[in-house]
Ligand binder design. Structure first.
Ligand SMILES: *Cc1c(COP(=O)(O)O)cnc(C)c1O
Length: 365
């Protein structure tokens, strides 16, 4: 099979994939209810668990759907009659607040700095003012800005206050090291198409088994997105409750094999090497970015739009797109930015090529 033309995706997921992951989707048709396919999903669930937890204590529960679907499954299934505090420091934190509302979940919207770490004194105050807080949700790596939280102190904070910690790790999982036990995380959501470098279409929540077992008698708020029932079904039959995205799962199995081979730490090093090339190139072009290096993920960068007469994001996008490079608009209200994600099957030479075309575009102005 000939390889399709390689596109360099610098949008924050779905990320650039290898040809081997693309080709893994071309398989014989199979009824996903066959035991052979259940075995494949069990292997995928096991492997997704072991990147961040212990398969004896944690279970990755898979759904067909995008990342938002599993955030919704997690929030709607876990919180119950309790109160959820959401750390809102960007578009994805705000999204969790918005997801909770239609389910009638009691939410405390804890607005935190978009560029600085969590202020624990203010958080402590919020918890004291709202004594019913039972759950806390946080975005590990805010894809709007590149702000990365240190989850260890947050885990300690939640443990001290007897609060269940839930994490949106969508854009950190597979690169930034995570240990669910050490960080006191009960539920962690991610998807197939970011740092794992698989195809879009599968989301999963890695659950602490003891925590999810406590949901047994809690009334569900959603039918399809019932996390406990999906977990039960998977434990019993190695099956999703409803039709899984079969070919996406074959690709995910291949992407996991490639992540295991490279190793999470080595993958993060490769991404960081790309980021170093990116930021030094940006500096040469007099472009600056938000979020200080000290709290920066080095995975996704929100760059101030160039202050040059005639600049338009759409035109810059189209110029690069014609050259097989995709960039992404910003998502911040107050500051004009565009975003570059150096995740996926990318290497420093790809970033160098992007910078070359970016410079050429800026020269046309
Ligand atoms: C990508 C992403 C999501 C999920 O987005 P989908 O488009 O639904 O896959 C959620 N949270 C964060 C932090 C993300 O980066």
């Amino acid at each position: 099979m000939t390889s399709p033309i390689r596109h360099i995706l610098l949008n924050p997921g779905p990320a650039t994939t290898t040809d081997t992951v693309k080709q893994a989707q071309i398989v014989s048709d199979i009824c996903p209810r066959e035991a052979a396919f259940g075995d494949i999903m069990a292997e995928i669930s096991h492997d997704l668990t072991q990147f961040v937890g212990d398969p004896a204590q944690n279970t990755a529960v898979l759904f067909g759907g995008s990342g938002t679907a599993v955030i919704e499954a997690m929030l709607s299934s876990v919180v119950g009659e309790g109160t959820l505090l959401v750390i809102n420091n960007g578009a994805y934190g705000k999204r969790m607040v918005d997801i909770a509302k239609p389910y009638g979940i009691t939410v405390v919207d804890f607005v935190s700095s978009f560029v600085e770490p969590i202020d624990y004194a203010t958080l402590e105050k919020a918890v004291q003012e709202n004594p019913g807080i039972s759950h806390l949700a946080v975005v590990h790596h805010e894809t709007t800005t590149g702000l990365l939280h240190d989850l260890t102190p947050l885990g300690h904070f939640c443990s001290k206050h007897d609060i269940t910690l839930m994490v949106d790790a969508m854009s950190s999982y597979g690169a930034v090291p995570i240990g669910m036990k050490a960080m006191n995380i009960s539920y962690l959501a991610a998807s197939s198409n970011k740092n794992i470098q698989g195809m879009a279409g599968v989301g999963f929540v890695v659950c602490d088994n003891q925590a999810i077992e406590t949901l047994k008698d809690q009334p569900p708020r959603s039918y399809y997105l019932d996390l406990y029932q999906q977990y039960r079904g998977f434990k019993t039959h190695h099956q999703m409750r409803f039709t899984p995205p079969v070919q996406v799962l074959y690709a995910l199995r291949q992407a996991i094999a490639e992540l295991k081979q490279e190793g999470v730490a080595t993958r993060y090093k490769r991404y960081q090497a790309c980021w170093e090339v990116l930021v030094s190139g940006l500096a040469n072009l007099n472009l600056t970015y938000i979020v200080d290096k000290a709290h920066h993920s080095r995975l996704i960068t929100a760059i101030h739009e160039p202050n040059i007469e005639g600049y338009a994001f759409e035109e810059m996008h189209d110029y690069l797109y014609e050259r097989d490079i995709t960039i992404y608009p910003g998502k911040l209200k107050e500051t004009a930015t565009f975003r570059i994600a150096n995740i996926g099957d990318l290497y420093p030479k790809d970033i160098t090529l992007f910078l070359k075309h970016l410079e050429a575009y800026l020269k046309t102005l």
